[in-house]
Ligand binder design. Structure first.
Ligand SMILES: [Zn+2]
Length: 87
């Protein structure tokens, strides 16, 4: 999941970019979906990146690759329970 306050850090929604985790590099894109989990009076969007190896609750950190513009690096942290972020 992607935290909304860091959205400006990412490429535009729908734009493909390279994401690396360990030796795996994939082309991914930021996606969003409409959500009303706080009730219909508080609609908002959730933003996420598809990454198959992630389990629910995994904490990830995504950083820019300083060596290559437009490339990002995903770091997996411990599986401390983390609620899905609502932005
Ligand atoms: Zn929500």
């Amino acid at each position: 999941m992607v935290l909304k306050h860091r959205l400006s850090f990412f490429p535009m929604v729908g734009r493909v970019f390279e994401l690396q985790s360990g030796s795996t590099i994939r082309e991914v894109k930021l996606e969003s979906y409409h959500c009303e989990c706080r009730g219909p009076e508080a609609p908002h969007d959730h933003y996420f990146v598809r990454w198959n190896e992630l389990k629910k609750g995994d904490r990830v950190l995504i950083q820019r690759d300083k060596k290559k513009a437009g490339k990002y690096i995903l770091q997996l942290h411990s599986t401390v329970a983390q609620k899905e972020f609502c932005g």
